[in-house]
Structure formats: C-alpha cells, structure tokens
Design a protein around this ligand. Structure first.
Ligand code: GLV
Length: 322
C-alpha cells in the first residue's frame, strides 16, 4: 500500500509532482486554502507523513494522534511552529528547507532596508496624493547606505547572504552570532564579530536574522533599542517575537530610533495598529520567501525530504531520532 502524506496548505503543485506520483497525497479540497488544526488532528491517525507550513502549529497532542506518523516535513527553514522535543520523544523525524529560503529572504531584507533609508514607500504613498510632496533639493532626504554600518544579529545563511548584498552597496559589516564564525568566513564577508551591545551602538542598520528560540525571544527590546543610534534602522525578516513590538513602538514615538522595516510581526500575520501610523516604518506581510520560484523550490524540497526519508537519500534533519 502507498504511503499517505497529509499537506496542510493548498500550495502550487509543480514541486509536488514526484511526491504525488509515488504516494497518496492529500491536499485541502479545492477552493480551501488550508486545513484547520482540528481537521488535521482528526485525520492525522491515517497518515505516515505530515507536510506542515511554518504557520501551522504542530504540538504534542497532534503528534500523539499520529499513530503511524514518521516524518514532519516543514515548509520553512524556521521550525518554531513545531514541538521538536515532543517529536524526538515520539521518534518522529522533523525536516526543514534551509537552502531555498536564503537568497529571497536576504533580498527582502535589503529591499526593506532601502525602502526605509531612502524613504521609497513613504514618498511613493505621498506622491499619489496631489500637493502632498514638495520637491526641492533639501526635501525628502534619506540616508546613504554607502559607508554606513550594518549590524547583523544571526550570521547564518540568510545573515551571510545579506552581508554579501550589503558589501556590494559599500556597507561595513559587523555581526553577532551564538558562535563566532571561522576567520575565513569573516574574511569572505569582510565582517567583524562584536558583542551585541557594541553592535547595537555602532550600527546604522540592525538586521535580525536569527531563528526564534527561548534565547532569542525579544532579543530586541527596550534596553537594546535604547543602545541604538537615534538614526538607526531596524530590519526584521526573521520571526516577529524576536522584537518586542511595544518597545519598538515606544522608541518610534519618542524618535529614539530612525525607522524600521518589518516583514514579520509579534502577534501573528498583522502588525500592532500603532505601527501603521509611522511614515518611517515599512510593513510587509511576510514576503521573505514569497516568490513563485521559491514556493516551487520549497515544495520540491519538502517532497524530497519525505521521499528520501522513506526511500533513502539526503534529508534536512531538524532533530536526531537515533
Ligand atoms: C520562512 O519564514 C521560513 O522560515 O522559511
């Protein structure tokens, strides 16, 4: 009998073609975007594999209901939606898609950084209202990237891809990471390691690119924001709860930081209402991996993780089940 795979979201199909040829794959019915948690809970007992999305909570009760469940193939590099400890206890393999997300997420971080520093979104918005923009040589001034300092918190794949882009813009790179990088990697990106507080005080732009864990929760809060330059820009393309959104709003209200580019928010898909009122804030609905190409590549990787798990081959493991 064919293995059964449950996919929680109705994604673009091309990346799933091999999986669909080999296995019995269930997507949400046509016209529905996704299955609810309750639906997955009631169905999971019949499935060998779950293909979850980064915003779908996979907790212990759901995994315990998966009597035959052997693998959870998460559609993301981040896996903070999954109780990995419970998965390991239940001997369920968890996998992710570390490579496909790197370049598009770094593009998005660079886009936000440019949009805030050169006021691209703000002035586009204002120009559409007749009489709302005065054009003059000393009007609408932004800040140059060239020669400014980018502080990257979390110098993994995405942080490094952002460093590469920003070096091309003439920025100096400093970084903070759980572990300092080998000197060859530092040389490659011309990146200098710094303790977090020092990074915050010297950077013109601070980008958070770390995974969400108990250690990184609110890694940017009131104290950290107070260390930043009053002109500094904060960019978050990682996970919303890395930044204390209320503390950020307070800093923006007091004018103690220069602006923010946010692709993710602390409380779900939408920003706290107050953020909508700042011209020096650019808000995007988690666009980091939202390209046609990336969606297809990620679908192929989640499929390969499942196929290779059952048939042998390379998988991107999040946990070790022995
Ligand atoms: C997207 O947010 C991811 O974690 O891949």
């Amino acid at each position: 009998m064919k293995k059964r795979v449950l996919v929680t979201y109705n994604m673009l199909r091309p990346g799933y073609s091999e999986l669909e040829e080999k296995y019995d794959v269930t997507f949400p019915p046509e016209g529905r975007e996704s299955f609810t948690y309750g639906e997955v809970l009631s169905m999971i007992g019949e499935y060998d594999a779950l293909q979850s999305m980064f915003n779908f909570k996979v907790d212990a009760p759901l995994m315990e209901a998966g009597r035959k469940l052997k693998i959870i193939s998460n559609y993301a590099v981040g896996f903070d939606n999954i109780d990995v400890e419970a998965a390991t206890r239940l001997k369920i393999q968890v996998t992710n898609t570390p490579h496909q997300v790197t370049e598009p997420t770094a593009d998005q971080a660079l886009g936000l950084l440019l949009a805030v520093s050169r006021r691209i979104s703000e002035l586009d918005r204002r120009l559409r209202i007749p009489g709302n923009v005065h054009v003059g040589l000393l009007e609408n001034l932004g800040h140059s990237l060239y020669g400014s300092t980018l502080g990257i918190i979390g110098m993994g794949r995405i942080g490094q891809a952002l460093a590469r882009r920003c070096r091309a813009c003439g920025m100096k790179i400093v970084y903070n990471n759980r572990n300092r990088l080998p000197s060859e990697t530092e040389t490659l990106y011309e990146a200098r390691y710094m303790p977090l507080d020092e990074l915050l005080s010297v950077s013109d732009v601070v980008s958070v690119n770390a995974p969400l864990t108990p250690e990184t929760y609110h890694i940017i809060s009131e104290r950290e924001l107070s260390l930043m330059k009053p002109t500094a820009i904060l960019v978050n393309t990682a996970r919303g709860p890395l930044v204390d959104e209320n503390a950020l709003i307070a800093a923006l209200q007091k004018g103690t930081i220069g602006g923010a580019g946010l692709d993710v928010f602390e409380n779900g898909d939408y920003p706290t209402e107050e953020l909508l009122h700042f011209d020096n804030v650019v808000l995007n609905p988690h666009l980091g991996t939202q390209t046609v190409e990336t969606r297809n590549e990620m679908a192929k990787q989640v499929s390969d993780n499942i196929i290779n798990f059952f048939e042998g081959g390379k998988i991107y493991k999040v946990n070790n089940i022995g």
